[in-house]
Design a protein around this ligand. Structure first.
Ligand code: EPU
Length: 418
């Protein structure tokens, strides 16, 4: 078992660069399946989830060569249409191969990803969209199989702007006959990124970033391309909070400031100074900060993936904050762990009421999921004495070299294998 030891009390100072976005690269890797020509992806972060998606592509017969931050994918060798259950269960995002396999080959078989620690995360919207395009889907016995004699464009209204469902439908519709319209589509930057990537390959998609996306189906994607993935907005936000919670000053490079506007606005409201310059952000923390209320919402609202990190920041604010989680029904598992560090947080249904205190105390805590783990690291950076974080494998799914990059900013962090 690996664990992180974080000794708090150091103000973070210096500069770091943000890695490519996990939640952008995963759909791009899946989307490569639509093409018949080689694809080069640049800025690929070294993450367990990216490795899992690479394994999923390879299990389908696709050739993938990953060197440094560049990945070469040859989708022409696609042979199998079935993702092995062990891979599908390892990562929910493996379901993103459904749309491309259906679009290109008219068939797929994947294991149901099932529930996870942050919520039940059903797949109904994905399947509803694919069925509307003509797929016949069977989702019994923990397995989803689909067939389509040829996908047909459709007018689809999503009940909720699901990121994954929007991506799967966009990818399936890319090679469908006719036009598909997705209404109440997700507007996240990762959706715009997927549109840009698919259009480079030869797709005809417009509207991503707005709530209606129009996909005019094309016969095939056959442009050979290289594409650099956008920076990770959640990693950016996490480093912004790391600077703020340690009362430090950090220059964060390779950022798209518009992608973190909601986080910037809340940190500013709390009293943190944030300067935006083209592709960088400078965060300068005050000695004390104010309580603020947060409601997580689909983009451009406050991201659920930053909710745990902001909670630990607000645990040290002056006054009482309320955080309402509107996206996932069970994304408060970090609360118990933060309480063990001394924070005063009370749960009331979908809301957490956080009464700010002066100091957190380091102890042994467990990361129950990726962002919960990030919150505990941030808590550890601000706490008196040492915090021991177990469940580090969750952090490795979504943060590239987290401890060495925090160390570059002066943090006292180390990894221990026991
Ligand atoms: N939902 C349904 N039915 C569906 C699909 C979704 O009810 O068919 C519900 C979910 O249960 C959830 C809400 O809709 O309550 C939002 O889910 P969404 O589909 O938008 O999320 P996702 O595509 O599964 C992506 C990110 C998550 C991020 C969410 C929300 C990837 C690979 N994952 O998940 O990232 O929290 O969007 O922004 O893009 C993370 O990085 O830590 C992470 C969990």
């Amino acid at each position: 078992m690996e664990r992180l030891l974080v000794t708090g009390g150091t103000r973070l100072r210096g500069s770091i660069a943000i890695s490519g976005a996990k939640n952008a690269i995963l759909p791009l890797l899946a989307g490569s399946l639509l093409s018949e020509r080689p694809v080069v992806l640049e800025g690929v972060p070294s993450l367990i989830d990216v490795k899992t998606m690479k394994d999923a592509l390879e299990s389908l017969g696709v050739k993938v060569n990953w060197t440094g931050d560049t990945m070469q994918i040859d989708p022409s060798s696609l042979r199998s249409l079935e993702v092995p259950p062990t891979l599908a269960r390892r990562m929910r995002a493996s379901n993103l191969v459904m749309g491309p396999l259906l679009g290109r080959c008219g068939r797929f078989k994947v294991s149901y990803p099932g529930g996870c620690t942050i919520g039940s995360r059903p797949m109904d919207l994905h399947l509803k969209g694919l069925r509307a395009c003509g797929a016949v889907i069977d989702d019994d016995h923990g397995c989803i199989t689909a067939e389509a004699a040829g996908l047909q464009g459709a007018d689809i209204h999503l009940d909720f702007p699901s990121v994954g469902a929007t991506e799967n439908i966009m990818m399936a519709a890319t090679l469908a006959r006719g036009t598909t319209i997705i209404r109440n589509a997700a507007r996240e930057p990762e959706i715009v990124e997927l549109q840009n990537f698919l259009n480079k390959l030869g797709a005809r998609i417009r509207g991503a970033g707005m709530d209606t996306i129009r996909i005019d189906g094309v016969k095939k994607l056959n442009q050979e391309i290289a594409h650099r993935v956008i920076p990770d907005r959640i990693e950016t936000g996490t480093f912004m909070v790391a600077a703020a919670i340690t009362r430090g000053e950090v220059l964060i490079n390779n950022v798209i400031p518009e992608h973190v506007e909601a986080v910037t606005a809340k940190l500013r409201e709390a009293g943190v100074s944030i300067k935006e310059e083209d592709d960088r952000i400078i965060v300068t923390a005050p000695s004390n900060w104010k309580a603020v209320d947060i409601r997580t919402m689909p983009f451009p609202g406050f991201p659920t993936d930053m909710q745990p990190q902001m909670m630990v920041f607000l645990a040290l604010a002056q006054g009482t904050s309320i955080i309402t989680e509107n996206i996932f029904e069970n994304r408060f598992r970090h609360v118990g762990e933060l309480r063990r560090m001394g924070s005063q947080i009370r749960l009331e249904g979908r809301s957490a009421v956080i009464t700010g205190i002066k100091d957190l105390t380091g102890t042994v805590v467990e990361a129950t999921d990726l962002r919960a783990g990030a919150a505990l690291v941030l808590g550890g950076l601000a706490a008196e004495n040492t915090t021991i974080i177990e469940g580090v494998q969750h952090l490795d799914r979504g943060y590239e070299n987290l401890e060495s990059r925090l160390k570059m900013l002066g943090a006292q962090v180390s990894r221990e294998i026991i």
